[in-house]
Design a protein around this ligand. Structure first.
Ligand SMILES: NC(=O)c1ccc[n+]([C@@H]2O[C@H](COP(=O)([O-])OP(=O)(O)OC[C@H]3O[C@@H](n4cnc5c(N)ncnc54)[C@H](OP(=O)(O)O)[C@@H]3O)[C@@H](O)[C@H]2O)c1
Length: 173
């Protein structure tokens, strides 16, 4: 099972600004977000990110699997393909594999990305670097003690000012 993180970041590596308004995101980030979700048909996110996206901007409608990390697992999801879960990253991945998924994308936010990185379960990172600097905001990772080495698989200029970096997380790093 291949696990990919797909995130937009400021040029100084933050994934959210202090205002918590996503007005710095390019249309190309949004297109990539939809496109990778449609490709994997398995999307993992935290409840805070879900609350920002639901119901209109969820990347999958009534197809595939949308896994949402939350302690409130009794809440009833509005779509049949949404799973509210507090299971471990290992268990979530095993469940997606059992459903026949071979790839899944984690789309945020910091807590959720960090849980999967800490568990050593992420294979690739796609970072859309937007042309902004924030003094304050959320880091890509929090409370992750290990260091990981990356190999650059691809880089693309998405528009005049935005680049996409696609990394593989090196095994055993
Ligand atoms: N730049 C980007 O590409 C991008 C993408 C997505 C989001 N974001 C930004 O990221 C921010 C949100 O990030 P975040 O780190 O605050 O939140 P998050 O990861 O989206 O969600 C955090 C929530 O997920 C649940 N959760 C996390 N770990 C869990 C675990 N082990 N077990 C059960 N539930 C767990 C908890 O929900 P409960 O409280 O319900 O238990 C927690 O409050 C937003 O500002 C958003 O704009 C940026």
């Amino acid at each position: 099972m291949k696990i990919i993180i797909y995130l937009a970041a400021s040029a100084n590596g933050l994934i959210s600004n202090d205002r918590n308004v996503p007005d710095w995101l390019s249309p190309q980030y949004g297109q990539g977000f939809m496109s990778i979700s449609q490709h994997t048909k398995a999307v993992i996110m935290g409840k805070t990110s879900y609350n920002i996206l639901a119901p209109d901007y969820l990347p999958l409608k009534e197809e595939g699997s949308l896994v949402v990390l939350t302690h409130d697992t009794k809440a009833i999801p509005p779509q049949s393909n949404v799973l509210f879960t507090s299971d471990s990253p290992e268990k979530i991945i095993a469940q997606l594999a059992a459903k026949g998924h071979t790839e899944a994308v984690i789309i945020g936010g910091t807590q959720t990305v960090s849980e999967f990185v800490k568990a050593g379960l992420v294979n690739e990172l796609i970072l859309v670097v937007e042309p902004v600097l924030f003094g304050k905001g959320l880091p890509l990772l929090k409370d992750v003690e290990f260091e990981y080495k990356l190999s650059l698989l691809d880089m693309k200029k998405l528009n005049d000012n935005t680049v996409q970096l696609h990394y593989q997380i090196r095994e055993g790093s």
